[in-house]
Design a protein around this ligand. Structure first.
Ligand code: EPU
Length: 363
């Protein structure tokens, strides 16, 4: 466990019924290592689950001890409160990769929730499958992907996901949840709203296409292809383009503490957008059903928040994409939330829009 930088490693004897087993549950662990924003307090208990069996045992133990549970991947989209957590944090590390089914046009694959998302994408692209290549280089683990319905460059995981497996902590059963029952929307699902905390995702099943991706593509992808005179659209060329664009626009969480987009793009009625257009002719937005999805990045830039360094809180916004908040030298989550509030207040004053937060604040 030295790679986690933990000082105390306790072997807990867990009794489940009449069976005694030994699990590595570590006490008093800093949660900073488990958030890409690198802020927050300590958790009373921390453990990794490498299999469904281990996961079930940890959940049973926590129930027996009457200790609350939070399940995480590797913390890419998580912010921990400074108060920390007086329960058990389980990092889901269940790995598995299977090809379940194949016909002339599709391949169906299942991957464990603890697989690194981008290596899953790489694996499918090597098989020349199309569907998730647009979601290249998104940080985090596969099991976290459906929770916020990850999306980029015109694709969302909800378009490829057939179903997922999960441990239902209400019934203590492993169950299957079909796509239609996941409650997917723009950057949301039932797993972060009505059923938050209830299901622990253990695997996801994706149906991918053997036919290649076809234009028209998302604006910045089209621009990239034009600039580089690329006319062959394959999962591989899309993946390479997405990786190149992301490298220019977004900071790597390995080098710079950040959670990617900090705000979601607000969805507002058409007439409100039209009013804003009168005052701000350059405002960016895209039709979204009967509404308009407004570029939060544009709002932030217009409000003067692109590439700012906030000395008071130690927080900043990324110079190439204002939507990304970075922790330069903040000490606490309170600092981050103060900076967030500053931005939200200004955006509300200027545009009458309340910006929604994208990363999850825990517990
Ligand atoms: N824009 C600005 N200023 C900025 C940023 C953006 O004016 O500082 C304008 C640009 O004109 C640009 C447009 O907004 O053309 C859209 O920007 P971008 O393509 O970067 O997309 P986004 O809407 O800001 C979303 C996702 C990203 C995803 C990109 C690419 C959300 C909250 N964010 O950002 O996801 O990578 O599209 O598809 O939906 C993430 O969730 O962590 C994330 C990075």
């Amino acid at each position: 466990i030295s790679d986690l930088g933990l000082s105390i490693c306790q072997h807990y004897n867990i009794r489940i019924g009449s069976i005694m087993i030994v699990m590595n549950i570590v006490e008093n662990v800093s949660l900073r290592k488990h958030s890409a924003m690198r802020l927050g307090g300590e958790t009373r208990f921390f453990a990794e689950a490498a299999s469904e069996d281990e996961l079930k045992k940890l959940v049973d133990w926590a129930k027996e001890q009457v200790v609350p549970i939070v399940v995480i991947g590797e913390g890419s989209n998580i912010i921990w409160r400074d108060e920390g957590f007086s329960g058990l944090v389980i990092s889901n590390r269940i790995t598995d990769r299977q090809v379940l089914d194949e016909d002339d046009n599709h391949m169906t694959i299942r991957v464990g929730a603890g697989e690194v998302w981008d290596s899953v994408v790489e694996w499918t692209v090597k098989k020349d499958l199309s569907g998730i290549e647009f979601l290249s280089a998104i940080p985090g683990l596969a099991g976290a992907a459906p929770i916020q319905n990850i999306g980029a460059y015109g694709a969302e995981i909800s378009q490829s996901l057939v179903e997922l497996s999960a441990l239902d902590t209400h019934s203590d059963d492993f169950i299957t949840i079909k796509n239609k029952a996941c409650g997917f929307g723009y950057r949301t699902s039932r797993f972060k709203t009505s059923d938050k905390g209830r299901f622990i995702i253990t695997s996801i099943t994706l149906r991918l296409n053997k036919a290649g991706p076809a234009p028209p593509f998302y604006e910045s992808l089209e621009a990239y292809f034009k600039k580089h005179k690329i006319k062959s659209y394959t999962p591989r060329t899309i993946r390479e383009a997405v990786i190149a664009i992301r490298a220019i626009k977004l900071p790597s969480p390995a080098k710079v503490a950040n959670n990617g987009s900090f705000f979601t793009n607000p969805i507002i009625p058409k007439n409100e957008f039209a009013k804003l257009q009168q005052k701000y002719p350059d405002i960016k937005g895209w039709p979204h059903g009967d509404n308009v999805k407004v570029s939060a990045g544009w709002l932030l830039e217009e409000a003067g928040f692109k590439g700012v360094h906030d000395e008071e809180t130690g927080m900043a916004t990324w110079p190439a994409q204002a939507l990304v908040l970075v922790n330069e030298h903040a000490n606490t989550t309170t600092d981050l939330l103060a900076f967030k509030q500053k931005i939200q207040t200004k955006i509300y004053q200027m545009f009458g829009i309340v910006l929604g937060q994208e990363p999850e604040l825990l517990p």
